[in-house]
Each structure stands twice: as structure tokens, then as C-alpha cells.
Design a protein around this ligand. Structure first.
Ligand SMILES: Nc1ncnc2c1ncn2[C@@H]1O[C@H](COP(=O)(O)OP(=O)(O)OP(=O)(O)O)[C@@H](O)[C@H]1O
Ligand SMILES: [Mg+2]
Length: 271
């Protein structure tokens, strides 16, 4: 009997892991649409300034064209790095993780979409220590929360991303707050249920409506030994607070700090 229970528990755990993987693939699929569009914009900029530089051979115009090409190429690099961060099949190991970096990377991917829906983004980052986390999973949580926030503000609004540290409790809080519709009190207990959705299928950007976003976020945050909370006022907006444990050397990470393979600004080649 006990054996049966154990097998069932193992099967559930395996299915949950598969589901998380499938959700990650779906999130990746959505991003392909967003990033292809973004890439096209960047390429157009590069092409147009290259043409300008070739047509006008005077020094100042060529310098300006090269500056613009450089900036566009750097943006393209940031976009690929962010997608690679999510796509790379890293071992799901906990490591010291800089949330500010993950936030920036997630934002790069959704920046254009936020502009399109007239959502302004405000960053309120306190100095915070590294947390113990699996980077690409936390990025997935963020992308889900930011997409929900954007969808709650169809007429535009403000998205606030906040990082704060509670040294006494040993946690870092990451808050995603929107100035959108808010969630009625009676719906609040349901929003973390899998397949609960109030959306009528995917929106114009092809996102939303399956009701797996928050359930996945909660599974991921729970597996991190953290907490996912919500505060909402109808007509004013909603805040989701992701609470993650500070990385402590006393509990060594399974992997060394790898910087997730993303080159830093300093690591860029000089030429
Ligand atoms: N920021 C928010 N503001 C208002 N309502 C929200 C917000 N985030 C979530 N909700 C509510 O919670 C429900 C569940 O969210 P969840 O992300 O799990 O599913 P979804 O966004 O509907 O679909 P998807 O699986 O594509 O994420 C939403 O349908 C919506 O009603
Ligand atoms: Mg969602």
C-alpha cells in the first residue's frame, strides 16, 4: 500500500516536471513571435544606417551611421542573450542568482510589447543580495507575471518592478505591480488554480487564456522555498510579490556561479 502511494507520488512529481517543461516550451514559442518582430526592427535600423553611411561619405554622417548601427547591434545581442537564457537547457540547479539581471533580461523581451500597449515601466531596485534560484525558471515566472500585468492594462498604465531585501527574514522580495483592472475579492482564491482564466483566449499578441500561468509560477516559487503572494484592489491594480530565499554560503549551491553564460557589458570585445 505504502509502495503504491510512493509510486503515485513519484508519478505526480514526474508529471509536474513534464508540465513545467511544456509550459516553458510554450512560453518560448510565444517569445519567438515577439523577438522575430523585434529583430526585424533592429535589422531595418542597421540596413538604413548602413545605406546612409555609404551614400554620404563625409566623416560626421558616417560616424553617426556607425554609432546607430552599433547601438542597434548591441540591442540585438541583448535580445538573443535573453532568449538564450530562457532556452538554454541548463541543468535545473540552484545557484546564486542576481535578480536585477534576470529582471533586465525579461524586460528586454517585453519592452516593445509594453510600448505597444502604452505601458510605462518603472524600476525600483534596492541593493539586494543574490538569491538561491534556478535562473531560467525565475525568468519564466517574471515573463508570466509581466504578461498578466500588461493584459490587465488594455488602455495602458504603469508597471512597477521592485526589488527589496528583508535582512531579518533572509528573503528578497520581487514585486510586479500594475495599475490595471484589479481582481475581485471572490476571484482571488481561484487565480492560482490550474486552468482558471477569465480571458477569452489569446489576445492580439497571441498570449493568455489557458490559465496555467499563475499555477506554474506558484509551483516554481514553492520549489524554491519561496512564497508567491497577491495584493489587489479593483480599479486600482494588482501586485504579485515573489519572495525568494537569500543565497547563503552555508548551503552550497550545486553549481558554481556561471553568470548564466551571458556576457557582461565589460566582457564585450573592444575594437
Ligand atoms: N495582474 C493581474 N491583474 C488582473 N487579473 C489578473 C492578473 N494576473 C492574473 N489575473 C487573473 O488571474 C487569472 C489567471 O491567471 P493566469 O496567468 O494563471 O492565466 P491566464 O493569464 O488567464 O492564461 P495563461 O495561461 O496564458 O497565463 C487571469 O485569467 C486573470 O483573471
Ligand atoms: Mg497569464
Amino acid at each position: 500500500m505504502q509502495d503504491d502511494q510512493q509510486t503515485a507520488a513519484q508519478e505526480i512529481a514526474a508529471l509536474k516536471a513534464e508540465l513545467a517543461q511544456a509550459q516553458q516550451m510554450a512560453a518560448l514559442g510565444e517569445l519567438v513571435g515577439t523577438t522575430t518582430h523585434e529583430f526585424n526592427n533592429v535589422l531595418m535600423t542597421i540596413l538604413n544606417y548602413a545605406k546612409l553611411g555609404l551614400r554620404h561619405q563625409d566623416g560626421p554622417t558616417r560616424d553617426k551611421a556607425l554609432d546607430k548601427i552599433m547601438a542597434a547591434a548591441q540591442r540585438a545581442e541583448k535580445i538573443t542573450n535573453s532568449v538564450l537564457g530562457l532556452a538554454r537547457n541548463r541543468k535545473p540547479e540552484f545557484a546564486p542568482t542576481q535578480l536585477a539581471q534576470i529582471l533586465q533580461e525579461s524586460l528586454v523581451l517585453l519592452e516593445r510589447e509594453m510600448q505597444k500597449y502604452r505601458v510605462t515601466v518603472r524600476l525600483e531596485f534596492d541593493e539586494v543580495p543574490n538569491v538561491r534560484a534556478i535562473g531560467n525558471q525565475i525568468q519564466q515566472v517574471l515573463l508570466n507575471l509581466m504578461t498578466n500585468a500588461r493584459q490587465a492594462m488594455p488602455q495602458g498604465g504603469e508597471l512597477v518592478l521592485r526589488l527589496s531585501h528583508d535582512p531579518a527574514a533572509g528573503f528578497v522580495d520581487l514585486t510586479v505591480r500594475d495599475s490595471g483592472s484589479g481582481i475581485p475579492r471572490e476571484q482571488l482564491p481561484k487565480i492560482f488554480e490550474r486552468y482558471y482564466s477569465t480571458k477569452q483566449g489569446p489576445d492580439a499578441s497571441g498570449k493568455g487564456g489557458t490559465g496555467v500561468g499563475l499555477a506554474t509560477c506558484k509551483d516554481i516559487v514553492d520549489a524554491h522555498g519561496g512564497k508567491l503572494r497577491v495584493e489587489s484592489t479593483v480599479g486600482k491594480g494588482t501586485a504579485f510579490i515573489v519572495r525568494l530565499p537569500v543565497f547563503s554560503a552555508a548551503r552550497p549551491a550545486a553549481a558554481p556561479i556561471t553568470k548564466l553564460g551571458i556576457p557582461t557589458e565589460q566582457a564585450q570585445p573592444e575594437f
